[in-house]
Unconditional design. Sequence first.
Length: 461
Amino acid sequence: MALLRHTTGTVTERQALTVNPAKTCQPIGAMYAALGVHNCLPHSHGSQGCCSYHRSALTRHYKEPVMAATSSFTEGSSVFGGQSNLLAAIENIFTLYAPDVIAVHTTCLSETIGDDIPQIAAKAREEGKVPAGKYVIHANTPSYVGSHVTGFANMTKSLVTYFSDWSENRLRTVNIIPGWVEPADMREIKRLAALMGVEIILFPDTSDVLDAPQTGTHEFYPRGGVTIQALRRTGASQATIALGPTASAPAARELEKKCGVDSHILELPIGLRATDAFVDTLRRTAGVEVPAALVEERGRLMDVITDMHQYFYGKRVALWGDPDQLVSLAGFLADLDMKPVYAVTGTPGRAFEERMAKVLAGRVPEAKIRQGPQADMFLMHQWIKEQGVDLLIGNTYGKYIARDENIPFVRHGFPILDRVGHSYFPTTGYMGGIRLLEKILGALQDQQDRNCPEEAVELVM
Ligand code: SF4
C-alpha cells in the first residue's frame, strides 16, 4: 500500500522495469487447460516451488483443491537435466494416481536446461512406464515469454496435436474452444448451444471440475472435463468456433491444419454484440434457428441497458487483465456509452491494440491502450493519477488503486483472490451481460449513495 501511495502522477517511459505486471506465469494457464480434460493430472516439469505457486494461484481463485504433480527438481536436475525425475514421476503417477492422461508443462528452469519432453515421454513408453491406453502429452510454457493466457493456448493446442483424429466422415458436432473463462462461462456456453439444439464438443471444459459441488466425498478426478473420446472426434466436426483469439486461435488453426476442420475465430461472447456474433456463427455453422427463448434473453439484456442508460453514460473506465477479456469488455462498455479510457495487458501477441481500436471504432478517441512488459499496474495507476476514472474493472490486483483513489471497483478476470461468485455466475452470453451490468451498476450506485450530499440521497434509483 505504501508503495502505491508513492506512485507518481507523471509518466516516465520505462525500458526494462516492470512494476506489478498485468499477467502471471505460463504454466498456470497450462494447468488450467489440463484440468479441463477428464481424468487428467497436470504435471509441472520443474522445481516444487513453481508447482506450489501455480496450484495455489488456481486454488485461491477457484476456491477448490487443484491437483498437480511436479518433477521436483533439485540442484542435480538443474545441472544434468530433469529426464530421470520425469521418468520416475511418470511411473509413480500412473501407479499411484491412475490418470488417463499426464499433461506435462515446462517451467523457466526446465526450458533453460532444454529438456526434450517428447523424447523423455517416448523413453518412458519404451521402458513400459506408460500403461496401455494412457497418454503423456506436453506443452512448452517458459514464463520468461508469454503469460498465463499463452500457457492456456499452448496446452489447448496440444490437446489437438495429441488427440484430434482426421476423418473422412464428418459428424454433426461443432467444436467450441471457450478461451480462458470461468467454469460457469463454460457451462453457459454449453447451455446456449443446447438451447439452440447444437451438439458441441467443448474443450477444455473446467465446469464440474473447478466448481464441483460439495458431496461429502473427495473426488481426486471430478466428474467434469472433456473426455479423450470426445477430443478424438474433434477432427471430424463440422467446424470449430474459437472464442478469444489469444487463448483459442492456436488450437483452432492447428485443428484446421491437421484435420481440415474450418475455424471461426471470434471475440469472447461478453456483452451484446459479441454474444450476437457467437450466436449467429453457431446458427449458421450448425444450420439451426435461434429459439424464441434466446431472443427473449437478449431482450432482457436490452431492457436493462435502456432502463439504466443514464447511469452508464459518459463514465470513464480503466481496465486491465487478459486481452480476450479486455477487447470484449471494452466493446460492451462503449456500446453502453461508457468510456473505456485506459486498458493494459502484460500478455503479448495477437494484435491487441488493433483489436481494441476495432471494437471501440473511434468512439473513445482519448483511449490509452498498452500491451507488453511495461503495460503494468504501475502505469495504470499513473494514468489514473493524471486523469481520474469513475470505475475500475479488472482482477484483484487493482484493489490497492481502488482504495488509494476511492474508485468503485468491479472484479473481473483472473485472478480474483478476495471475493467469491466469479466461478459460479457467468459473464458470457446475454444473461452474463445482465450479471455484468448488475455488478457495474451496483458499484457505481453504491459510490453515489456513499458520496452524495445528504439532501441528494435517492431512495429510488
Ligand atoms: S516465473 Fe518461472 S520460475 Fe518463477 S514461478 Fe513462474 S514458471 Fe516458475
